[in-house]
Design a binder for this molecule. Sequence first.
Ligand code: NAP
Ligand code: SF4
Length: 692
Amino acid sequence: MSISDSSAPRTGSSLYPHLLAPLDLGFTRLKNRVLMGSMHTGLEEGRDLSRMAAYFRERAEGDVALMVTGGFAPNMAGWVKPFGGTLSTSGAARRHRVVTDAVHQGGGKIALQILHTGRYGYHPLAVAPSAIKSPISPFKPFALSSRGVERQIRAFVNCAAKAREAGYDGVEIMGSEGYFINQFLSLQTNHRDDEWGGDYSNRVRLPLEIVARTREAVGKDFIIIYRLSMIDLVPGGSSWDEVVTLGKAIAQGGASIINTGIGWHEARVPTIATSVPRAAFAWVTQKMKAEFAAAGISTPLVTSNRINTPEVAEQVLADGCADMVSMARPLLADPEFVKKSAQGRSDQINTCIACNQACLDHVFQNKLSSCLVNPRACHETELVYRPTPNRRRIAVVGAGPAGLTAATVAAERGHEVDLFDGDTRIGGQLNMARVVPGKEEFDEMIRYFQRRVETTGVRLHLSTRVQAADLAGYDEVIIATGVNPRDPKIPGQESAKVLSYIEVLRDRKPVGERVAVIGAGGIGFDVAEFLVHDGHSTTLNLPAWQAEWGVTDPALAPGGLNTAPPLVSPPARQVTLLQRKAGKPGAGLGKTTGWIHRTALKMKKVKMIGGVNYERIGDEGLLVSYGEKRENPTWIACDSIVLCAGQTPQRELADALQASGMKPHLIGGALEAGELDAKRAIDQAARLAARL
Ligand code: NAP
Ligand code: SF4
């Protein structure tokens, strides 16, 4: 599925007949086909769940049919981390009332996800079918006795009963992503020889017992979603026959809805990152749908992963891949996703760019989640855009992400805003990001900002370089002029073979066959990615992307993982990526995506070298030495050298304003360029504009 031209005008909800059709579950009706998938945000922790209530209420008011909370453990053994969110007592159930009441007042429905992490638990009390440590937690789990297994089943059932007591409309039993239930299914993680191990009929007993006993405990009129791992993407994963057997048994055993799980957390295949093609796994759910149809099973199936626009969601449903679509991050990005689609305003949707920078990366750093494109996500009670009682004239200089956010939030609040930029188009650095293969989603960010400028009434002045004197009449001036590339001052860098990243990404200057990239930060990686590709992005070509990452039909290989070597097209250039720091280049990239960038470049045979000194540039190429003693001088033969050595703030205008006695507000790169990213720039801009 390709990235669509979302700048085309939309005329009404008739554009999405499948997406907006209600779904009858017999005892209850869902108002459309959008399920907000479970996502841990950090709001689950602690006793006060009022922020979680506000978060879900906004999404209920945005007309999401059914939402699933982040994972709550059924007992201590199942914790995500020490003292992670747990629901096992009536006292805890009472604390959840604030969430369920808020959602119901907002016109929505909500299910609680029961998540038992098993050997993925980041704590010393973790339990699993067998005492086998996972590659993603330092804690080796205890192997459960038969009585221990029984206790875990009872904990699941009790948690579901407490969820009902708390006012939830249902539960989701987390049976995928390599968590506890999945660990029983796979021979890699289940070495038991009792009634819970050995043959598949024994290994599959745990989920079947949990679903059957949960149904018995909660009654017929309560939603049970089961998240089924349809493609494990790990060696030794379930065969397709096993997945189908389990799926049918779960459906017949009392689940109301079956959701699709893609890949264990330890899988080395990207499943949700921005470089993954849109709807890249809908075909897996479609295969299951065919199996269900052949067996006369009508239990609705939900498909998931990289569905982030109503067009893609509609297409997936129209193609018969599933009965519902699950989206989590797109609803962090825009709580009104469904409402805007129904009102024919999908061009105004703030689209999730699948960067993970403010959501999953935060979770892995033990920080509260947010969203790069929507800093209000998970901060609904604290970052509020109220109409201003005091309309002022505001000038914003710089139409990159910081300036665009500040201008549009201020204008939305009722201020009179002029936005200036010297370029002929908005977007600033986003225009460079969007040309990098695998970063096509940045187009959506620019489209969104363009529409925001129009709908909030910001007066946009492009191709306009303002001077300090031009800003004299404004009540407030916001400087969002961004950054200048840092000069690394390498002897010989005036050579014609040296280019800045701007000349490569924006100006498209010719680049030779052999390239040295100086600086292995986010932009160095982006430039390397840009240079090794021959203009074709596998993000826009699902079969090519699957061949590159070894994804195949699970009916052909267990877990859907190809054992043949990956099929990668040869690199367009020979690239060497360098940094002065010793250690692994790319170590500072996003927690959940850095490994994908490193692997992608390795597949394209990019050489990554840390711990170098840049001695000089000459006709032969780049001379580097190693270590503090500048040993082992070596020429890296290259035709082009691209400078990606970070940035410094662009502050000339701010300095001039300050010299004339004005007090401008500085945001984004103009304030602080070190490790600047769009997340910080947008958050800072939104917070400033909310209080002006
Ligand atoms: P960065 O992540 O701070 O990396 C700068 C790189 O330059 C480092 O590898 C650093 O490594 C090197 N460096 C620093 N000073 C140097 C010097 N004096 N001489 C030679 N090398 C030097 O900055 P960035 O790559 O410019 O990215 C900026 C931010 O934007 C990051 O947060 C990134 O995630 C984000 N980003 C933006 C885009 C975009 O298109 N705008 C794209 C990707 C990422 P050593 O000091 O070890 O040599
Ligand atoms: Fe999507 Fe990035 Fe926002 Fe996460 S932070 S919801 S991936 S845009």
